[in-house]
Design a protein around this ligand. Structure first.
Ligand code: F6R
Length: 609
């Protein structure tokens, strides 16, 4: 999604903004721009295309030495990617420039309102209304103007704002869209995400909902909605800038696939003691609360939702209560029936996905207990849920998630096992055996990652496929959803995941000579059924790659190719099965020459509906 950066200090701001914007490229964007402010006024440079295009425009126009500015990468929502629709937006008066992340839902009404006061608009965006509205509200006091304008804005926003009359400051504010403040010596920053400014400062804090910050070279003053001064504790970022670099790999995605053993180890380590007991460390939700839960609803978007689909099967069996996995964008508008005995688990890498955040709020408003599984510390979802379990996957830069998915999966499993123990559904020994199997997952994944040749080979045979079907039953179906998403999002090959038993109710008509079918055959109780399904598609000309357990001697006799996962306990199987499928998607996309880390039209952190 859109990225924001801003700087006030002593450095030449232009190269700094361009470099910081490059660090946000992974979020996905289609245009970029910067606005500089000095005593001479505000200067805007923006363009459709890549940062490299913007850099060229800036260089061709000649260096301008300025020390205060804001920058933006736009991911189009309202209006096509074009020069004019790009941010920053400068008010017609030339007094106010704005970068905006989010969506202004009432922009049509506001445009109409401002038009009656002589304002006119040149873009198709919702964001242009913000610069004009602030301009309309401006009577010499920037903070008063921003606060007055905010009262009229509906929707979500993170804003970086500069005023021509105040060339030594930036104003930042947010609602339902993240924004961080970076603190330096004689310089301060705003950014959508930490990697943008990590080169310059490791001291950051997150602006809370509806807070407003005034940044000048020497200080950052933050105020809440009531205008009261707020002090934020500074978070010192420990991870090295290289954690957000490719480290010798051609793409972040493959680097992050390779990091999975370590990410899983780091995620589970703080949750398991030396005796194999699970430590949830909850403060608001007691053991008794967990015993009293009578249903669980897992809600999330995309791959995080797919984690929920796997977990639904496991948790339902362990706990013997209804467990559902639901898309957050559906859940939030479905008037969900929940109460204080419902546990709503929300899963999110970024902790900022708007639909997931709103699903969480909906659940809380209706009295459900809430636990989030989140990667980004102190993100909105982490802050707003009753309890948070952090995945310690480190920064995930590739748009297509891999290590966040894997760490979410093990963490939700630990939560389910602990609940089953508390509720007397699993004795200590059973729980500890499962924990020990979870602890072995990193080793199993390492084994897969040591030998990627088989996956590379089958990818080389099928990278020209037009369409791919993933089939599985039960947990294998849940994994198929993720495997299919992985392939389609980065390789642009049409793919679908099907519950294998459902295929013959219509979709089998699409199977023809040479159609690639990937059959997930690791769910032992239904292996015979899967073998029958493989035979059905083979009879219609399909080519079949089967993902199988190490000891499976049957499937290889019907499939064209097999990929074996190492021998492991049953609970480790899903975590291992997904890895060759991530690799398959990666190698196919790589052979097709796709822009793997930044697939077209996609964004890393989806902060709009
Ligand atoms: C797919 C992918 C997305 C995210 C989804 C939720 O590879 O990464 O489907 O899983 O957008 O994002 P988070 O986890 O940040 O809430």
């Amino acid at each position: 999604m859109c990225g924001i950066v801003g700087y006030v200090g002593e450095r030449n701001v232009t190269p700094l903004l361009l470099e910081s914007l490059e660090k946000l490229e992974y979020r996905g964007y289609d245009s970029a721009g910067i606005a500089l402010v000095s005593v001479k006024g505000i200067k805007i440079q923006k363009t459709r295309g890549r940062i490299a295009d913007l850099r060229k425009i800036v260089e061709d126009s000649g260096e301008s030495e300025c020390t205060v500015g804001i920058g933006h990468t736009r991911w189009a929502t309202h209006g096509e990617p074009s020069d004019v629709n790009s941010h920053p937006h400068l008010s017609r008066s030339g007094r106010v420039a704005v970068v905006h992340n989010g969506i202004i839902e009432n922009y049509i009404e506001l445009r109409a309102f401002l038009s009656t006061h002589g304002y006119s608009f040149s873009t198709e965006t919702d964001s242009e209304v913000v610069s004009e509205l602030i301009d309309f509200c401006y009577a010499g006091d920037p903070v008063a103007a921003v606060r007055k304008a905010e009262l009229q804005l509906k929707g979500s926003y993170a804003l970086g704002i500069i005023f021509a009359d105040f060339p030594e400051q930036i104003i930042a504010t947010r609602k339902d869209s993240p924004l961080i403040i970076g603190v330096g010596e004689n310089e301060n920053f705003i950014a959508s995400d930490i990697p943008a400014i990590l080169k310059y400062t490791r001291d950051v804090f997150r602006l809370d909902e509806r807070e407003l910050a005034i940044l000048s070279k020497k200080r950052v003053a933050v105020f809440n909605e009531l205008g009261e001064r707020v002090d934020h504790a500074i978070e010192h970022i420990e991870w090295d800038a290289t954690a957000a670099e490719k480290g010798g790999y051609p793409h972040f995605m493959i680097k992050e696939i390779m990091e999975q053993p370590e990410a899983i180890s780091k995620t589970i380590a703080p949750r398991i003691d030396a005796e194999g007991n699970i430590l949830l460390g909850f403060k608001s939700i007691s053991d008794d609360d967990l015993k009293n839960i009578d249903s669980i609803r897992i809600t999330a978007c995309g791959s995080a939702y797919h984690v929920g689909v796997v977990a639904k099967h496991l948790l339902k069996n362990w706990l013997n209560i209804p467990v559902s996995a639901e898309l957050a964008s559906e859940f939030r508008y479905d008037d969900p029936i929940v109460n204080e005995r419902t546990l709503v688990i929300v899963v999110s890498q970024s902790g900022e996905t708007l639909d997931t955040l709103y699903a969480l709020r909906e659940a809380k408003n209706k009295g459900a207990r809430t636990i989030s599984i989140v990667n980004v510390v102190a993100s909105s979802i982490a802050n707003e849920s009753e309890e948070v379990l952090y995945t310690w996957a480190g920064p995930e830069i590739s748009v297509a998630t891999t290590k966040a998915y894997s760490t979410q999966l093990v963490l939700i499993e630990l939560l389910g096992i602990r609940m089953a123990q508390l509720r007397g559904r699993m004795d200590d020994e059973q729980g500890k055996a499962l924990v020990s199997a979870i602890k072995s997952i990193p080793t199993g994944i390492e084994e897969i990652l040591k030998d990627v040749q088989t996956v590379q080979y089958v990818a080389s045979l099928y990278f020209n496929s037009q369409s791919v079907f993933f089939l599985g039953r039960n947990i294998d179906y849940a994994l198929s959803l993720e495997a299919s998403l992985k392939l389609k999002e980065i390789s642009y090959i049409h793919s679908e995941a099907y519950a294998a038993g459902e295929l013959k109710h219509g979709t089998i008509s699409l199977i023809e000579e040479g159609t690639l079918v990937i059959a997930l055959c690791t769910y032992r109780p239904l292996l015979d059924k899967m073998i029958s399904n493989i035979k059905e598609v083979k009879a219609r000309g399909a080519k079949v790659i089967a993902i199988i357990n190490n000891d499976d001697v049957q499937t290889g006799t019907v499939a064209d190719h097999i990929i074996r996962i190492p021998a492991c306990e049953q609970i480790a199987v899903p975590s291992l099965t997904i890895v060759p499928l991530q690799l398959f998607a990666y190698y196919i996309a790589s052979l097709k020459g796709c822009d793997i880390d930044k697939p077209r039209n996609l964004a890393k952190s989806v902060t709009v509906e």
